[in-house]
Design a protein around this ligand. Structure first.
Ligand code: OSB
Ligand code: MG
Length: 370
């Protein structure tokens, strides 16, 4: 594939509802999209970095110059065979995985379109529908949270995940479980606890949770193994897993019994596939995480979720939960049984609405080989 040009765009799109985690609240997204032109086809990718360096060191304003100064020139330098070759090309740049993933995934996207096959097949997937869960942020009151859960259960979602932090955890779990004793429920702490709080974390065991996601430090794996020995609830790692070696180490030492895979966090589809394979070797299930993506990233998450070891419902939910209008056609829809149907169309099966991309774009720049 000869990549002729790369266009980077920043879009501002308001969220339908604010989203709050243990590190703060967001009301709208700065969505970073890349599109590439290669051999007459256009491929799209999304950089999932946040508005602030809170989930990861990478954020919107580190992504743009990193792509412009380093990553785009590496891609434009000479032709490559396929999406799977991007990671080696980017290897000299340390970190900046979300920026790398935006470009690598755009190349996979273009490759699937060029070969006229579905992206999910190109990735090696096999599932024909994928199970969906929802991630519900911290609300202004427990009553509001219960209302949200009720809405999502009625829509058919197969797993409810709530965000927790020290003053928003056992009290709300108590209320949820007394109303719904049997729903599949999990919590995500985004590193809101320390190992000094083992006694507190042990109390989560009473609520029959599918998992507790990332309870401790984002840059720590070993201490999660200590915690896993002390509690019954399964630990799922998110922030701590940046590549397949991290995954192997974590599973080897028993730091988690479940892994969340976010394609941006691990640097692109090729590394995501490797993390998936490592977990499969360890007989540990994975699920696909979300980063409040626009339809571009969402469509890629759906394709990735067709790999066989995505055995638990992902944070892959309908466009309308986030956006008044999503920038893809059709929008992502979840059926009443809580699944998304996988399309047989070439590429992602979703077309990018370039009219809407234009409408929301606040900043745009195109790079060519110089
Ligand atoms: O930890 O999974 C997370 C959103 C932003 C940053 C981190 C996380 C999340 C979510 C939202 O939980 C998942 C979604 O896109 O619905
Ligand atoms: Mg998480």
């Amino acid at each position: 594939m000869k990549i002729e040009s790369i266009t980077l765009r920043e879009l501002h799109i308001p969220l339908v509802h604010f989203f709050e985690t243990s590190f703060g609240r967001v009301y709208s997204r700065r969505v970073l999209l890349v599109s590439i032109e290669a051999d007459g086809v256009r491929g799209w990718g999304e950089c999932v970095a946040g508005e602030d360096p809170f989930y990861s060191p990478e954020w919107t304003e580190t992504a743009w110059p990193t792509i412009k100064t380093y990553l785009a020139p590496l891609l434009l330098e000479s032709a490559l065979d396929a999406g799977r070759d991007c990671a080696a090309r980017f290897a000299r740049v340390r970190g900046h995985r979300m920026s790398k993933a935006a470009l690598e995934n755009a190349v996979w996207d273009a490759e699937a379109r060029q070969k006229q096959i579905p992206l999910w097949k190109l990735l090696g997937g096999s599932r024909r529908d994928i199970a969906c869960g929802v991630s519900i942020g911290i609300q202004d009151s427990p009553e509001q949270l219960l209302e949200k859960i009720e809405t999502e259960l009625a829509a058919g979602y197969r797993r409810i995940k709530i965000k927790v932090k020290p003053d928003w955890d056992l009290n709300v779990l108590e209320k949820i479980r007394s109303r719904w004793a049997d729903i599949v429920l999990s919590v995500d702490a985004n590193s809101a606890y320390t190992l000094d709080e083992v006694e507190h974390l042990r109390k989560f065991d009473a609520f029959n949770l599918l998992m507790i996601e990332q309870p401790l430090w984002n840059d720590e794996i070993y201490l999660h193994a200590r915690l896993q020995k002390a509690i019954r609830t399964s630990i799922c790692l998110d922030e701590s897993i940046l590549n397949a070696r991290d995954a192997d180490f974590a599973l080897e030492i028993g730091a988690a019994r479940i892994l969340n895979i976010k394609v941006g966090r691990v640097g692109g589809f090729s590394e995501a596939k490797k993390v998936h394979d490592v977990a499969l070797q360890h007989k540990v299930p994975v699920w696909c995480g979300g980063m409040l993506e626009s339809g571009v990233g969402r469509a890629h998450n759906i394709a990735l979720s067709t790999l066989e070891n995505f055995r638990l419902p992902g944070d892959v939910s309908a466009s309308k939960r986030y956006w008044k209008e999503d920038i893809i056609d059709p929008e992502v829809e979840v059926r009443p049984d809580g699944t998304i149907a996988i399309s047989d169309e070439p590429g992602t099966g979703y077309q990018v609405r370039e009219d809407l991309v234009k409408k929301y774009t606040v900043h745009e720049e195109t790079f060519r080989k110089n």
